[in-house]
Ligand binder design. Sequence first.
Ligand code: B12
Length: 217
Amino acid sequence: MVTKDEIIQKAKDAILDFDGELAEEAAKEAIANDVDPVEVIEHGFTAGMNVVGADFGEGKLFLPHVLAASEAMNAGMKILKPEMEKRQSETKSLGKIVLCTIEGDIHTIGKDIVGSMLSIAGFEVVDMGRDVPVKNIVEKTKEVKPVLVATSALMTTTMINQIQLEELLKEAGLRDQVKTMVGGAPCTQDWADQIGADIYGESAADSVAKVKAAVLK
Ligand code: B12
């Protein structure tokens, strides 16, 4: 019998060893032992990615390592995602959320986790993908009339595009009809306050709690 802690540790090791097969094994063990996929993602895979990210930042690892670690994470996520969807509540949609990684930025892992968790919580997530031009986000907002527009930025050079989104939503007369949420490693509560975004989501769980509080009044 494997314990929850052992499975979480295995998930973390899989990322640190760039081992997709080990990531799949951890994900399968989580399902077989009824361990909450969210815990494996947050304390296993994401914790591993954070170490890889810090080592990359310090020059101990290089881009191919980061890529290999994110591929390992994807391998594990592919197995956990259907399981998370199965656990999704069958209740009617709590509202639409337009989600994407902002213009200029191709990082998707965090956005995908946040999207999965919001969809499990009952929201209808319209995922526009990565590197999405700000004007396209505004067009999509007009088209689908979401309760929230959520953007991910992983780089200091791309988070500034979240300012442009606030401005273009205002120009289009949409800002009063929709809430905005920002997230991704360089974003903070201060950043959200500074640019006038309604919500800063630090992690997937934090985002779900804050969106529910803001939208389901
Ligand atoms: C994996 C990774 C990559 C992968 C991305 C693969 C993919 N499909 O996403 C690859 C190898 C492709 C990559 C490429 C690049 N990367 Co990179 N990458 C990373 C790394 C190591 C980890 C990011 C990650 O996935 N973390 C795991 C996830 C789970 O965490 P997360 O994204 O933070 O998400 C959580 C929260 O932030 C939050 N969240 C995330 N999104 C959202 C959205 C919303 C709406 C909300 C509410 C919450 C939320 O919830 C998530 C779950 O808890 C980071 C380092 C770091 N510390 O972040 C560098 C990092 C972001 N990359 C960096 C750079 C520079 C690049 C490149 C420019 C490198 C290059 N020279 O080519 C390119 C980017 C090109 C581009 N135009 O975008 C820098 C950015 C520096 C800066 N200027 O700010 C970082 C910080 C590394 C560093 N220390 O230098 N990268």
